[in-house]
Design a protein around this ligand. Structure first.
Ligand SMILES: [Zn+2]
Length: 110
């Protein structure tokens, strides 16, 4: 089983590094740690059939994001403008932050 190692979080910019969406970027909408999967905005769209309801009288087919395996996405560093590895750094105040392993740019607001 794959555990999410806390390197990717909601609202991160991420790039898909494998699969049919390879090279595309989007914002992380949701993380499912127990399943090791993430939802990325506008990526891996899948068609879902819906029944008619109050909002949508017709029902029919809607497109929704499908989950991607977390090992197939990498967080994008603002400074490097590339998918990078994350390093965890402990601050003086014991707070842990994520930084870019390449340039040291912090991912989280301190
Ligand atoms: Zn960087």
């Amino acid at each position: 089983m794959t555990k999410i190692k806390n390197h990717i979080k909601k609202n991160d910019m991420a790039e898909v590094i494998a699969g049919k969406e390879k090279g595309k970027r989007g914002k992380i909408l949701m993380v499912f740690p127990e399943r090791g999967r993430v939802l990325v905005e506008k990526l891996n769209m899948v068609k879902r059939h819906t029944r008619p309801n109050e909002q949508n009288q017709q029902g029919g087919i809607i497109e929704k994001e499908g989950t991607l395996h977390v090992s197939n996405v990498m967080p994008v560093c603002r400074k490097c403008d590339a998918p990078v590895r994350i390093r965890h750094q402990r601050l003086d105040n014991e707070k842990k932050v994520r930084i870019c392993a390449k340039c040291g740019e912090p991912f989280d607001k301190v």
